[in-house]
Write a protein that binds this ligand. Structure first.
Ligand SMILES: [Fe+2]
Length: 282
């Protein structure tokens, strides 16, 4: 099974360069014709505030076999995550709109000896019925199969491993992450693939490969984001065989290596932080 992985497209009519990159990536996807396309979230520039951006994204991906997952810019963050000015608290309206336009925000694919779970990362730590309903569903799916397991979601579980205890908006809230990993105990978990960081990275922890998929839209400059993995713009191809998974990073023709510094109008808070850094360095 071949799965094209695209993440953090940050689509909106006002973000032409990001839409151009998504179209170039889709041209490549059209050529390789994978069995499935997975979008790891941050579909939109700010769908939590501008729900029409989800419709815009759906139209760009029209005709592709896509499974979508929501990100912080699509539906917001749970209240336990420190909020920034450019992001909203989790919006029930945006989540409902996501589901109506892009489909289920959690899903399962079972094929060729694999069980792949797509999870809504933004519900972890929410502390409400939506979070509980997802945990119930995860527990049911996990107990229904002994197949090799792969997990896909917007945010990485952690930076370095299960002993990480620092809360950070880049990763799942710690308590919810522990509850999720406890549920997966005893299953043959092979990989976790997340977007969100706009960096390409892979680490192996206790036999599980944790993969950070890049953004197809832009990298975030070092002045406002720590460089942990590699900062590249592109997509990934995941291949699942009866024995193993393999991934490759792709920079399809026409995908430009955008830097967020050049698109400060889309995220004014980043522009402000960059300006502060430049001023402080003088
Ligand atoms: Fe994100």
């Amino acid at each position: 099974m071949q799965i094209a992985i695209i993440s953090d497209t940050h689509l909106a009519p006002r973000a032409e360069a990001f839409a151009a990159n998504a179209r170039a990536a889709l041209t490549w996807i059209g050529v390789i014709a994978p069995d499935l396309v997975v979008h790891l979230g941050d579909v939109t520039v700010d769908g939590a505030f501008e729900p029409d951006e989800m419709d815009f994204a759906r139209n760009i991906f029209a005709g592709r076999p896509v499974r979508w997952l929501p990100g912080n810019h699509d539906i917001g963050n749970p209240p336990c995550i420190p909020q920034s000015a450019s992001e909203s608290a989790l919006s029930a309206e945006a989540l409902a709109h996501f589901r109506s336009v892009l489909g289920d925000d959690r899903w399962i694919v079972e094929r060729d000896g694999w069980q792949i779970l797509g999870l809504n990362a933004q519900l972890f730590g929410l502390g409400d019925d939506e979070e509980e309903a997802q945990f119930d569903w995860i527990a049911r799916m996990l107990s229904s199969s002994r197949a090799k397991l792969g997990v896909m979601l917007h945010k990485p579980l952690f930076r370095d491993g299960p002993s990480d205890t620092q809360e950070h908006q880049r990763y799942l809230p710690v308590a919810a992450r522990r509850r999720l990993t406890a549920l997966m105990d005893g299953r043959d978990l092979r990989f976790v693939i997340a977007g969100h960081t706009h960096q390409l990275r892979t680490i192996r922890v206790d036999g599980v490969e944790h993969i950070w998929a890049p953004s197809s839209a832009y990298i975030i400059p070092d002045a406002v984001q720590e460089r942990i993995g590699r900062k590249h713009v592109g997509v990934m191809l995941l291949e699942l065989t009866a024995e193993r998974h393999e991934w490759s990073f792709m920079m399809p023709d026409g995908v430009r290596q955008n830097d967020l510094s050049d698109f400060a109008d889309l995220y004014p808070e980043i522009a402000e932080r960059l300006a502060h850094r430049v001023a402080a360095a003088r």
